[in-house]
Design a protein around this ligand. Structure first.
Ligand code: PLP
Length: 423
């Protein structure tokens, strides 16, 4: 075996087959691999390949995420291979000419969660899991439901009642997961699911599962490969439960140590102002973290008590990173700009673009820096919020409401010539 599960706090190790992902000291366990010899050439030689599993943008990097997993246990759709868009007008709005958008909404279930899920679900499948379980703000549940369907393993998902976007619940139901709405918020669901995993023997697929974090590292590996292994100055992304923050710091420091890149880019993690315990902690040099009662329109990052706090702190420190927060108004304006560019993303995703603009205003990001902002989920995940925005419910300045007319040429001509005032 080349992989161990290791407690970063007390140094204890656990067998690779454990399904208890917290150490006895309560810290989440990390998956740690023995160093392997890999190269840009190895990964480049797999680009564009059509055979399983290297057609996946996750499993292309198998040596760096789960080297020991037997190939016949890999559950892949395939995932990843997501586009890196030049940001055009979005860059102009944010104040950075060289801005790109890595759109993880182009994964099989419409969010980056598939990246971690393919690895963690495969690991569970290889170790005989008989049911999958997760707590979720929505996208994790869609991914768990989908990979459960692929594996033929029943999935149970716990979501906060009335706080999950419509597209995501639809997916969980459609893919056949047992969908349980909890009277409470995500943090309540998260604490319940940990008890359920150990007491009811369900295999946990939250980002507490170290193989989720391993899979999410490939967002960075793939991005660096798309940039021809030239590291950008900044990588900017939304932060909720801090799985990505943790994974990206690991990926970037590993890529540097392996010689895949010659410098480590800085990370900027962006929270929603109403759900920003990590940002508040950063402002005090991470001396402590205080859970908050989470509020934000960006339901995917509506989390008040992030599970991967300590991991994420290590990642921010290792990349000379920064944590900030942006208001819902700023998130929705950024979303309107990203959407109007013809790409679009769900609200949480657009916290990254709002964060770029904020940091250009503050002078931390220079207009000439190369910046990659991550879009974490697809526009169609949360059609409700988009419709409400364009109907003026949030008072934003970029509304594009529909107009209703009689079926006459005159009425249509009036709309086309712009003389019809939308209501
Ligand atoms: C899960 C999710 C996030 C938050 O990611 P963390 O790794 O929990 O910080 C952000 N955006 C979207 C769309 C998500 O689904």
């Amino acid at each position: 075996m080349t992989t161990r599960l290791l407690c970063p706090a007390c140094g204890n190790t656990a067998p690779l087959t454990t399904t208890q992902f917290r150490c006895a000291c309560s810290e989440p366990l990390d998956a740690v691999h023995e160093p392997v010899a890999v190269s840009r050439q190895l990964f480049d030689s797999r680009l564009g390949r059509t055979e399983f599993p290297y057609d996946s943008g996750v499993w292309r990097f198998k040596e760096l995420i789960h080297p020991d997993l037997p190939m016949d246990k890999v559950l892949a759709r395939p995932e990843g291979n997501t586009p890196l868009f030049r940001a055009g007008k979005v860059g102009t709005w944010a104040g950075v000419a060289n801005l790109r958008l890595k759109h993880e909404g182009y994964n099989p279930t419409g969010s980056f969660k598939d990246r971690g899920m393919t690895v963690a679900a495969s690991h569970g499948y290889a170790n005989g899991a008989n049911a999958f379980v997760c707590a979720s703000t929505g996208n994790t549940s869609a991914a768990v439901a989908s990979y459960g369907a692929l594996a033929g393993i029943p999935a149970v998902i716990l979501i906060p009642e009335n706080a999950t976007a419509m597209g995501k619940i639809s997916q969980a139901l459609a893919y056949g997961a047992r969908t349980v709405q909890i009277r409470g918020n995500f943090d309540d669901a998260m604490s319940l699911v940990q008890d359920a995993a150990s007491e009811l023997g369900l295999y946990l697929l939250n980002s507490l599962n170290p193989f989720r974090v391993q899979g999410q590292k490939t967002i960075m590996f793939e991005l660096l490969q798309q940039l021809n292994w030239q590291a950008p100055d900044w990588i900017v992304f939304p932060a909720g439960n801090l799985g990505n923050t943790s994974a990206f710091g690991l990926a970037l420091t590993e890529a540097h140590a392996l010689g895949l890149i010659d410098r480590v880019p800085r990370m900027l993690a962006v929270q929603a102002a109403g759900s920003a315990p990590f940002s508040a902690s950063f402002a005090e040099d991470f001396r402590s973290i205080e859970a908050v009662s989470p509020q934000t329109v960006a339901t995917a990052i509506r989390i008040g008590n992030p599970v991967s706090f300590n991991r994420a702190v290590r990642s921010i420190r290792a990349t000379n990173g920064v944590v900030t927060h942006v208001s819902d108004t700023d998130i929705l304006e950024a979303k309107a700009i990203v959407d109007a560019f013809g790409i679009g993303a769900e609200p949480a995703s657009c916290a990254s673009v709002a964060g770029v603009r904020q940091m250009v205003d503050r002078g931390l990001i220079a207009p000439g820096d190369s910046v990659v902002a991550l879009l974490t989920g697809h526009l169609l995940k949360d059609p409700d919020t988009t419709l409400r925005y364009h109907q003026g419910e949030y008072g934003g300045g970029h509304c594009n409401p529909p107009v209703t007319i009689d079926a006459t040429l005159e009425a249509l001509a009036a709309v086309v010539s712009g003389s019809e005032n939308p209501q």
